[in-house]
Structures are given as C-alpha cells and as structure tokens.
Ligand binder design. Structure first.
Ligand SMILES: Cc1cc2nc3c(=O)[nH]c(=O)nc-3n(C[C@H](O)[C@H](O)[C@H](O)COP(=O)(O)OP(=O)(O)OC[C@H]3O[C@@H](n4cnc5c(N)ncnc54)[C@H](O)[C@@H]3O)c2cc1C
Length: 411
C-alpha cells in the first residue's frame, strides 16, 4: 500500500463510500483520496441471474452516478426504468396509482441490482489516478495528533494461520469519512451515540419469476404484517422477473425462511394476490433484521459520517441508498465551497454545515417511514378506515400525486 499522507480517507467501500470517493476524485483531481474496504471480494454480477439485493434509484441518485461516469456503464444493460407504481392496502379498498406521464417524465426511477451499481463505481474509481482503493483493510483502531488521523487495521491474509492477518501499516489522513454501514466502527470510535428503533420486522429478499410481465411497474401491497414489494428487473432478456422485498413481522419472516421453495412461492403468490399470475420460481432467500438508527451527530474532529453509518431506515420506500447518495452530494458541495475559500475540508465549520443540511432532512424521512410502518401495521377499524381513505384521497388528487412523485424522486 502507498503509505503517503492522504487528504481524504473514506472507510467503507459500499455504494455510498465508493460514490463519495468517485465524486471527490472527479471534482478535485489534486486531492489524494483513499478508500478502505474490509472485504477483499470484488462485487460479482452473474451474467445469467439477477442479484436479490436491489436499489430503486431516484433521478437525483442517477444524476450523481452519471456525473462520476458510472451510470454510463449501467444504462441500457442491467437496469429497469419503472414507469408506474401501484400501492394498495390488503385490508380494504384504498389504493394509489402513480404514472410517470402525469408528471411528464420518462420514468419514476430505475431498479438496479446493488452489485451492478457497485461494480460500475469500482470500475470508475480504478480509472481515477487520485484514488487508491485498499481492499481487505478493516479499520480497527486510530489516534489523532496535530490535526491528522492515523488509521490502523489488520490486513486480511488468508495464508495466516491464526486468521488475524498481519499488522497493517498506518495510514494518515486529514479528513476521515465514515461510510462503513449501519454498525459503523468510525461512529463508535468517534463516540457518537445513535437513537435506535426496533421495527420487530425482518426484510426477506429474493428474485421471483412471474407468469406475467411486470409491466415496468413497482408494486407494493401493505399487509398488516408488513409491506410486500415486487420491483421490476430487466437486462436478461425477459420482463417476468421481479426483486421481492417482503418486510414481515419477525415471527412470520422466520416461518417464511423455513418453507421450501415451492411452498414459499405459493405463499408469496397468495400474499401478492396473484397480481402477476402464478409465481413460477423463486431464487435463494436472504433476510435482514430491520431497525431505524440515527446518529446523534454526523461529525467529530476532522471526521464525518455518511450513508448507513449516519442513518438506517425501513426499506418500505426504498430510500436508504438514495439518502446516502444525497449525503455524498452535500458533503462534496461543502468541500467544494471550503476549497474555493482556502478553508481545510476537515475544518469543523465545513462539517457542521454538512450536518445542518443533512441531519434534519434525514430525520424527517426516518420519522415518515416509522409513521407509515405504524399506520399500515395497525389492525383496528379506525386506522384501517383512515389509511384507506388517505390512499383514495391521494389517488383522487393529481396535484398531491405530482408533489409526492417529485419529492420521492428528489427533483
Ligand atoms: C432488504 C433491504 C432492501 C433495501 N432496499 C433499498 C432500496 O430499494 N433503495 C434504497 O435506496 N435502499 C435500500 N435499502 C437500504 C440500502 O441497502 C442501504 O441503505 C445501503 O446499502 C447503505 O449503503 P452504505 O454504503 O452506506 O453501507 P453498506 O452497504 O453497509 O456498506 C458499508 C461497507 O463498509 C465496509 N466496512 C464495514 N466496517 C468496516 C471497517 N471497520 N473497515 C473498513 N470497511 C468496513 C463493509 O464491508 C461494506 O462494504 C435496502 C435495505 C435492505 C436491508
């Protein structure tokens, strides 16, 4: 590894951290940037099967990927623009239908597999001379002196018998950005506390092949046990595959994970009211415990948090990555501003401005998701009436629908 002193070091090479490295590198070719990732595995995109983990990218996120040159590697290949969205309540008649033509847009967003996004971003940063990607570097400890962070890890070494690997060299940086996910080590080392809400739900994800075309539509049915989404996939020659995200109460999720594929496909088809005909096959299932988590601060001395390290959110509106990419955009704007005024990007005033612009916005989205989750989980008659009436009112109001679409797409 190159041991020279870095201007910016990003810990965590997920979608958000890699996008941050790419955007800073593209805008500031003179900055020396390193991206540290604990895993030493490259993102794998299977040529003949979809990955079950997907993201619904907003227009704002797509534009950011375009600016760093990653969208150009994805467009027209493994992405599905969705033109409509149908949301309905399992316990009543309330439903909402969104159509991109109502807002004169070509689509409402794009569904893309996580690994497709990550692979494209990796390809871009490998072509940028001022970014160094270090894989197999798991940040464990650090110290700070004279305004610099000194970072240390154990480099993963498979030949090492005790499995701990060799002691890593020390990496020194002026600005540290924590993009190391929901269980952020950077956040812990900064001693930033979080506010957590247990949803008592587990998200179960898989890919389903349906009898009928998905019609380039994102489908979401609200069951009293949690929302069930079918998101359209494209790129492998047909339009019958959907990514399924089923956020179910923990007990139900445990039962669903234990069913064999045939029994699960039947259960899924019933829960989805056979909207796309029969479920012909399902892929391997993966499950994720759901909890909302919000960092009480987004920065410490010379360090900032972005993405899931700062906030994790219920996937019912598919906003996690999108919020993380907005953090990337805003933190980069603040760094642009600081550099144009000869202020160090690690200066507290720069990081405080970033926090001011993002924390309130993210808190409002987290609150809205928790309210939605409670509203749609409530079984008693009054709540059912309220949410069904609410859905029907939204559906009957073109202006309200337009506002919701524009906000959801961050336009
Ligand atoms: C079921 C489900 C469905 C979802 N659907 C959507 C959706 O449709 N749309 C959407 O926008 N969001 C969605 N999300 C949320 C989204 O997946 C997350 O918000 C997003 O992955 C967060 O990205 P990140 O880069 O911040 O963190 P992560 O993806 O968690 O990446 C963190 C990275 O840091 C690395 N790392 C961790 N610790 C260290 C360390 N100590 N040193 C070095 N590296 C480290 C990890 O290996 C990892 O690569 C969904 C989430 C779930 C669970």
């Amino acid at each position: 590894m190159n041991r020279q002193r870095m201007d910016v070091t990003i810990v965590g090479g997920g979608m958000v951290g890699t996008a941050q490295a790419a955007l800073l590198a593209v805008r500031h070719p003179h900055l020396r940037i390193s991206l540290l990732e604990a895993s030493d595995m490259d993102p794998v995109v299977k040529p003949d099967a979809y990955d079950a983990r997907v993201v619904a990218l907003t227009e704002a996120s797509r534009e950011l990927l375009e600016e760093v040159g990653a969208w150009q590697l994805i467009a027209g290949k493994r992405e599905c623009p969705y033109t409509q969205m149908r949301v309905w309540d399992a316990d009543g008649t309330g439903s909402v239908y969104f159509d991109c033509r109502d807002v004169k847009l070509p689509n409402l967003g794009h569904i893309v597999e996580n690994n497709v996004v990550l692979q494209a971003l990796r390809e871009r940063i490998e072509a940028l001379p001022n970014v160094e990607l270090v894989t197999g570097f798991k940040l464990e400890s650090w110290w700070r002196d004279c305004g610099l962070w000194h970072l240390q890890s154990r480099l993963h070494d498979r030949s090492d018998d005790d499995g701990l690997g060799e002691e890593s060299p020390v990496l020194t940086t002026r600005l540290l950005i924590g993009a190391d996910g929901a269980r952020s080590r950077v956040r812990d080392l900064l001693r930033i506390r979080t506010r957590d809400v247990e949803y008592k739900q587990t998200a179960l994800v898989c890919v389903a092949r349906c009898e009928q075309s998905h019609e380039s539509t994102a489908w979401q049915r609200f069951l009293s046990t949690g929302p069930l989404a079918f998101l359209p996939l494209a790129g492998l020659g047909d339009d019958n595959h959907c990514a399924v995200v089923w956020s179910a109460d923990d007990e139900l999720a445990r039962e669903l994970m234990m069913l064999d594929d045939k029994a699960f496909a039947l259960y899924l088809e019933k829960a989805f009211e056979s909207r796309l005909g029969g479920i012909e096959s399902v892929s391997e299932r993966f499950s994720f415990a759901l909890r909302a988590r919000h960092a009480e601060a987004y920065y410490g001395p010379g360090a900032a948090l972005i993405g899931d390290a700062a906030h994790s959110i219920h996937p019912l509106a598919g906003q996690g990555v999108n919020l993380g990419l907005m953090d990337v955009r805003v933190l980069t704007e603040e760094i642009d501003r600081a550099l144009s005024r000869d202020i160090a990007p690690s200066h507290a005033s720069v990081l405080a401005r970033y926090q001011r612009r993002r924390r309130g916005e993210n808190a409002a989205t987290l609150k809205a998701m928790s309210t939605f989750k409670s509203l749609f989980g409530a079984g008693d008659l009054h709540w059912r009436w309220l949410r069904n009436t609410g859905l029907s009112m939204v559906d009957a109001s073109p202006l309200l629908k337009k506002r919701i679409i524009m906000r959801a797409m961050s336009i």
